[in-house]
Write a protein that binds this ligand. Structure first.
Ligand code: NAP
Length: 292
């Protein structure tokens, strides 16, 4: 898996297409998608056009999608996977993740709620049953690897221990304000790729991108604050997802270089702790990009 991943959580369909093309052109070869983002068709279209224009083959890119919470019942897993493939216009996925460990009431409504606005969870399926159905996708040959997203260590361990096919990847929020060190250590020990989302703190200001330590390093090493944060993520042994929405930002976020050791250590010593996305607690996407 290429360590630098482009995230496709972009609500506007036209912008999804241009940003995906720009990311491919800037050099990104890892694309993170999800049925929940409701834009797999646009991502698929952009990838097909971009691959053809760049003389690239399907094998040159790594494409992930995710099973949404309403499809956790085992009999719904394969149809959801096939539907993502169809929308993306692909005949295999490199990685398929359970989007969150929370099962919602099955059905077409992605955000099922009762009249008081409470999420309707599905108590009739557990994550291991969903995982078993995901293992069968790997057996089927059209899914190269499976993993988990928005999961804490105490949720990961039982799945890891019971799994016939071990999770290849764990995707969680991670940045200097949410380093998830214990989870990262577990992943390193057990050969699981730790894939950080929100490496820039979702771009929420103030956030890690405005941190005085990051700003001082940025000035010293001549990289932008975003480049410093992305370099830090790679240097600590994680893969990452970022969502530049312009060609200039795509080039900026792709062209990162290693930080001096002392700068890396200074970022490790930042004490601020802040989670920007509550999805890990509820399964409900806690983050709606500003202004959309
Ligand atoms: N598993 C999950 O539950 C989950 C949850 C969230 C995200 N994700 C995945 O992770 C991907 C990454 O998204 P993210 O929001 O976490 O990424 P991020 O890179 O932390 O944040 C993206 C935001 O940062 C800003 N930004 C991007 N490049 C910048 C730069 N060079 N300088 C300054 N600001 C910059 C963008 O601002 P503008 O608004 O100005 O463009 C955008 O709002 C998503 O697309 C999705 O694939 C997964």
């Amino acid at each position: 898996m290429p360590v630098l991943g482009f995230g496709t959580l972009i609500p506007d369909p036209a912008e999804t297409i241009t940003a995906t093309r720009d990311a491919l052109e800037a050099g990104f070869r890892h694309f993170d998608c999800a049925e929940r983002y409701r834009n797999e068709r646009e991502v698929g279209k952009a990838l097909q056009a971009g691959l053809a224009a760049g003389g690239l083959a399907r094998e040159d890119v790594f494409v992930t999608s995710k099973l949404w919470n309403t499809n956790h019942r085992p009999e719904r897993v394969e149809p959801a996977f096939e539907a993502s493939l169809e929308r993306l216009g692909l005949n295999y996925l490199d990685l398929y993740l359970s989007h969150t460990p929370f099962a919602f009431q099955p059905g077409e409504e992605q955000d099922p709620r009762d009249p008081s606005g409470n999420i309707l969870y599905d108590r009739d399926v557990n994550l291991l049953e969903t995982w078993r159905a995901m293992e069968r996708l790997v057996d089927g040959g059209r899914c190269r690897a499976i993993g988990l997203s928005d999961i804490a260590l105490d949720g990961l361990i039982p799945i890891y221990e019971a799994a016939r096919i071990k999770p290849a990847v764990v995707q969680v929020e991670a940045h200097p304000y949410m380093p998830e060190t214990e989870l990262l250590e577990f992943c390193k020990t057990n050969g699981i790729v730790f894939l950080a989302f929100a490496p820039l703190g979702h771009g929420i200001r103030p956030g890690p991108i405005d941190d005085p330590v990051v700003a001082a390093i940025s000035a010293r090493v001549g990289q932008t604050p975003a480049q410093v944060l992305l370099a830090w993520a790679v240097q600590r042994g994680t893969a990452l997802l970022t969502t530049p929405r312009t060609a200039a930002r795509a080039r900026e976020n792709f062209n990162i270089s290693a930080l001096p050791d002392e700068a890396f250590d200074e970022i490790n010593r930042i004490q601020t702790r802040q989670r920007f996305n509550d999805v890990v607690n509820t399964g409900s996407p806690g983050f709606i990009p500003q202004g959309r």
